[in-house]
Design a protein around this ligand. Structure first.
Ligand SMILES: [Zn+2]
Length: 129
């Protein structure tokens, strides 16, 4: 089976399938863009609720588009044979972390550093499960 020679390990093949499925879900769902349509509402209370919903949708959109990039990076890394290595310190990412977050590009300590810098202390725990 020469055409699958890149994947030497059943675990990586399984994760690749998970990543591809997740990527299709994210892209297929159009990243929830339909929720961002601005509605013309008369009731101010409805408007407040709507802008909160919109803000949440925007946050989810940002999170999902970041995840799409991470998944694409992970799939490329699988093809290159570098999947599962931290992109910062180049240490292997623990298997438990890859089970929880198959698109993880960084080990937990490096991820924490990046999130602390990016979010100015408001680090999200969703990627570090
Ligand atoms: Zn690291």
């Amino acid at each position: 089976m020469k055409e699958v020679a890149i994947i030497t390990n059943g675990e990586t093949a399984r994760r690749k399938a998970i990543l591809e499925t997740r990527l299709m879900e994210l892209i297929g769902g159009a990243l929830g863009r339909e929720e961002l349509q601005i509605e013309n509402l008369a009731d101010p209370i409805d408007q407040i609720k709507s802008s909160t919903d919109r803000e949440m949708a925007v946050q989810r959109l940002n999170h999902e588009s970041r995840q799409v990039r991470d998944i694409q990076t992970a799939l490329a890394a699988i093809d290159e044979g570098t999947y599962g290595l931290c992109q910062d310190c180049e240490q292997p990412i623990p298997r438990k972390r890859l089970d929880a977050v198959p698109w993880a590009r960084l080990c937990v300590p490096c991820q924490s550093k990046v999130e602390a810098a990016r979010d100015d202390g408001r680090a999200t725990l969703s990627d570090a499960a």
